[in-house]
Design a binder for this molecule. Sequence first.
Ligand code: SF4
Length: 313
Amino acid sequence: MSARNGFQSIEVDVDLTDAGNPSIRLSPTQISAFRKCALRYWFSYLLGWREPPTPALAAGTIVHDTLEGLYRLPQPDRSFENAWAIMGTIGKDLLLKPEYEHLGRGANRDDVRKRADLALTGYFELEKPTEIEVDLKDIESDVDAQLAGVLFHGRLDRRTRKPVDRVTDYKTGKKPTGAPLDDYVQQVMFYAAAINDGSDPGVEEVELLFLPDKQAVRRPVYPAAIERVTEVLVETRSQIDESFKTAKWLAQPSRLCSYCPFKPVCPAHQKTSPPPGSAASQQLLSQTGLQRKISAVAAEPNPLDLLPLELSE
Ligand code: SF4
């Protein structure tokens, strides 16, 4: 048992009957999720539980897809009017999907719309997309690498090469401060580490764009930062593998527990909880309305599908 920020962490024995294997490749989102709470990571990634999308998550998806569509247009055509039209189509299509259906009506729909509008409007106050040169291959592109023997995979929002080589991550939530901001910076720094590891000329700067706040956060890429994220990657890989081998995962309570869909069966909160992963625990989670992918083994969940509001934006 250990204490972090006044909360007691506990090691939890899990039931492996329904669990899959850990992903061979680690993404920035997975790393962040595991380091925040290993047990939550286990529920999501190894048991394959999903939580219903929230308005914040839906708005985040809509705005990311809209900006991707916008940057696929010729530079002079990247107007607010065109972005608005793209967003209308994307938003309508998304909210018709069965898993988003509950967000397509009433107050939820208004909430999604308000958040998406705010983020897109904020984006146009932050940048002029008609002045930004970006190659199509640098939009929503996959990044794969092996760093210090550990496989990494991620999908970056945007990379621009002028005036500096920069990786940009869009954020549709509010700009945090302190550790949560450091976590976001670390997540985008993984991309720089992965890209610079090869023969590529190299990313010089990482950038987070907090759209509703109209604020950009930039950090230079330097060797110590690359070294640090590589260490984090290696350490996380080793801890995940060890947890899997021993079937013991650390429940790390924090204020984020308020947004955690697994709280009703979490031994850190419910002392009499059945072992996570057992038939009784699985049944309780089903009763809360959560759904599960059939095979967690093959599951590489969309990171946006399983994180709470402030982690997913
Ligand atoms: S309720 Fe808190 S401690 Fe338990 S799994 Fe969720 S985040 Fe972790």
